[in-house]
Design a protein around this ligand. Structure first.
Ligand SMILES: Cc1ncc(COP(=O)(O)O)c(C=O)c1O
Length: 394
């Protein structure tokens, strides 16, 4: 048998993809499974975006490589997007486009992390951050943001975790998995602290336009010139535009970091698939009405499902402000059912009820589980009904 690399042997598989695969295999066996695992909108990409992609295929422009870091016209569209949604403009040299925000994050860590560099990761965190930091030879340092503090870290906590090796602070607001949003005051304090200690901020803003019930997303990069200089912003179209399959992500920020990321991209994937680049130009510059309709649908689901989930015995949920996940604390539910491991508990829920959720363990939250409401209302209501029934059977 081939001896595999230490690197891959020390890696975890993504818990969300694992949970989705388990649900799919049970479904294939004929079980009645309700899948609330994946962070993927259940909508099809809006028609006008599909049409632009088809035109690029038909007129031949999608046939060819582009510059590795992305088409100038796409960088121009991204630059305008920042003017509209962030209130500042970005030079085209300070934009790099790649195969999904996930690969953008990987290119970022490969570009800035040296062996032993530390990356502060507030927990709960999105599953891939820690493994990507380790792949790049860095050390993830977790800073716990508990449910009582609405899953948001404070400057005092960050300061306690800071060492001479601290290089990057990761911020994901609105957050996957908690749906929490940092306020502008909280971000100003964190941003100024990062500037003072010369810590690079990686702002994963991918859920920035999926906010509900009047909540406001403030990009940390918009707060001051000094904070902007200190921040690399990661974004993409997967969630906002229902374009997960097109695999589009980008980063903006300091010219040298962006150039270094482009170099990594040029030696790994080359350019993002050309047809996806044309689709993204249309997504960012075309009609935004379908986007608002999808956001409003998520909001309605949240407002319907949140109170029902909160009534499930032993589940305690903070109402999310953005993204499309609910993240209940379930330690009381586990106690009532006789479990002390949330992954085993999540598997039992799947076996007994057919409701597929994701264990909080992979998000650094061993008393939580994640439910995605990027699925239709009927499925959501039935899932919560089954959870309630399960918790009532003792
Ligand atoms: C917080 C966060 N960042 C980045 C990504 C990656 O998105 P994509 O690679 O589809 O652009 C995801 C997807 O689940 C996410 O939840």
């Amino acid at each position: 048998m081939t001896k595999l690399s230490d690197r891959v042997l020390s890696m975890q598989e993504s818990v969300t993809l694992q949970a989705a695969a388990r649900a799919k295999s049970l479904k294939a066996q004929g079980r009645d499974i309700l899948e609330l695992t994946l962070g993927e909108p259940d909508f099809v990409t809006p028609r006008h975006i599909q049409q632009e992609a088809m035109a690029a295929i038909e007129n031949g422009s999608a046939s060819f490589y582009t510059v590795a870091s992305g088409l100038p016209a796409l960088k121009e569209a991204i630059s305008r997007y920042y003017e509209t949604y962030y209130g500042y403009s970005v030079d085209q040299n300070d934009v790099v486009v790649a195969t999904g925000a996930k690969f953008i994050l990987y290119a970022f860590f490969m570009a800035v992390i040296n062996a032993g560099d530390e990356v502060l990761i507030p927990t709960p965190y999105w599953v891939s951050y820690a493994d990507q930091v380790e792949m790049a030879g860095g050390k993830p340092v977790f800073v716990e943001a508990r449910q009582e503090q609405h899953f948001k870290v404070t400057v005092d906590q960050l300061e306690q975790a800071r060492t001479q090796q601290t290089k990057v602070l990761l911020l994901n607001s609105p957050s996957n998995p908690t749906g929490m949003i940092y306020t502008s005051d909280e971000l100003t304090a964190i941003g100024n602290w990062a500037v003072e200690h010369d810590i690079l901020i990686l702002a994963d803003d991918i859920y920035g336009r999926l906010v509900y019930n009047g909540a406001i997303f403030t990009p940390i990069s918009s707060l001051s010139e000094a904070i902007r200089q200190q921040t690399i912003v990661v974004n993409g179209v997967s969630k906002t535009y229902a374009m997960t399959g097109w695999r589009v992500g980008w980063a903006t920020g300091q010219t040298d970091v962006i150039a270094a990321m482009s170099k990594i991209i040029s030696q790994t994937t080359s350019n993002l698939t050309t047809v996806s680049q044309y689709a993204t130009i249309e997504a960012l510059t075309g009609d935004q009405e379908p986007i608002e309709a999808m956001r409003a649908t998520f909001e309605e689901r949240l407002n319907t499902i949140y109170p029902l989930l909160n009534e499930v015995k032993g589940f305690e949920v903070v109402k999310p402000e953005g993204a499309f996940y609910l993240f209940p604390e379930v330690s009381e539910a586990m106690r009532l059912k006789g479990f002390d491991d949330v992954t085993v508990f999540t598997n039992d829920i799947l076996e007994q009820t057919g409701v597929a959720l994701v264990t909080g363990a992979g998000f650094g939250a061993p008393s939580h589980l994640r439910l995605s409401y990027a699925t239709d209302m009927e499925t959501l209501k039935e899932a919560v009904r089954r959870l309630r029934e399960y918790m009532e059977e003792m």
